[in-house]
Design a protein around this ligand. Structure first.
Ligand code: 13P
Ligand code: SF4
Length: 332
């Protein structure tokens, strides 16, 4: 199949989709023709989650990429996730519908500065959250996600010195849970999860006194402290599935509500409000750059593609493989 290489404008295929075209049907046709698989993160819009072959959090998506034999992975998520898929499935062509789908957390850890920090602490084990560039992963001993970070740190000897990067809130959560006061934490953060307002959550609690507050560990400490449950996106979903409460105030990206409502439609989910009530910032603007039409164009023209050198792939893969092995042993 010939591929047009010069149709990328501003990081995506900026082509109008013919009116009247059933885009979802076309995506499904192209998927079969090209032996492609669609992986989508829980923070994608509901329509995208519904056409994906697999929807999950960062850990589950990495595990899925590691086991795929698809020729093409169409990744509906952000760039570091597509990079992780490429590292784990180097023989597949990995496509991302918009190269601008970055991540403020990954950006908060520039490789040059991080390299210096790691070199200044040669006796420390480097644990980095998957929300980092491939280059940071090459400087990392163990990669982690919010689903396995706590268990991974807990499984290490108490006297093991650790650098944890890049999320300061997940890092301080792990510090609090494990009592590892000596852990060095990189000062990075996600602009979406840091935007939730404690005041507004407490106000909402007055309106919905029976609602449980559930939050992601990327949220700031005060939000975590007023939460009935703190966990990764997948853990929050599991909690609403197994818990017998009927109402939740949810402090994470609003895309997860699609799965929560799908899996337990009889329950009530209220998105925790952001500090700036006008900004709609409990939606990740990067995640929401992906649209069904961009997915169609990307699959059709097989661009933009995520490319990494063999050297980066082999160096970055080590830390991800350690994570996947540990996750298997820890039953995650
Ligand atoms: P998880 O998918 O590990 O919950 O991470 C949340 C996130 O912010 C992804 O970008
Ligand atoms: Fe990055 Fe935050 Fe968006 Fe996740 S929600 S992709 S951590 S900016």
């Amino acid at each position: 199949m010939s591929v047009e290489n010069n149709i990328l404008k501003n990081g995506f295929v900026d082509k109008k989709v013919d009116e009247g075209l059933d885009v979802i049907e076309e995506i499904n046709k192209l998927k079969k023709e090209k032996n492609a698989v669609i992986l989508a993160h829980y923070y994608q819009t509901g329509d995208i989650q519904d056409i994906a072959d697999f929807v999950g959090d960062s850990l589950a998506l990495s595990q899925k990429a590691a086991e795929t034999d698809a020729d093409i992975i169409l990744f509906a998520g952000v760039h570091f996730m597509a990079e992780t898929a490429k590292i784990l499935a180097p023989n597949s062509k990995v496509l991302i519908p918009d190269l601008n789908a970055g991540c403020s957390l990954a950006d908060s850890c520039p490789p040059e500065e991080f390299k210096k920090f790691v070199e200044a602490h040669p006796d420390h084990l480097v644990i980095s959250y998957v929300n980092t560039t491939a280059e940071i992963k090459t400087l990392t001993d163990i990669c982690c996600t919010s689903t396995n970070a706590l268990k991974i740190v807990e499984s290490l000897p108490k006297d093991q010195k650790i650098i944890f990067a890049p999320d300061r809130n997940l890092g301080s959560y792990i510090k609090r849970m494990t009592g590892r006061e000596e852990m060095l934490i990189w000062n990075g953060a996600c602009h979406v999860h840091e935007e939730f307002s404690l005041e507004a959550i407490l106000e909402l609690k007055k309106e919905y006194p029976n609602a449980k507050v559930i939050s992601h560990p990327e949220c700031e400490k005060p939000i975590q402290l007023v939460s009935d449950f703190v966990g990764s996106t997948a853990a929050l979903l599991k909690f609403t599935n197994t818990d017998d409460n009927k109402e939740y105030i949810v402090a994470t990206e609003s895309g997860i509500l699609h799965q929560m409502k799908k899996q337990n439609p009889e329950k009530n989910y209220i998105v925790a409000p952001p500090k700036d009530s006008t900004c709609g910032c409990n939606d990740c603007n990067f995640m929401k750059l992906i649209t069904i039409n961009k997915m169609y164009n990307t699959l059709k023209y097989e661009t933009p593609e995520v490319k990494l050198s063999d050297d980066i792939i082999s160096k970055a893969r080590k830390s991800i493989d350690v994570m996947l092995d540990m996750s298997k042993k820890l039953n995650l």
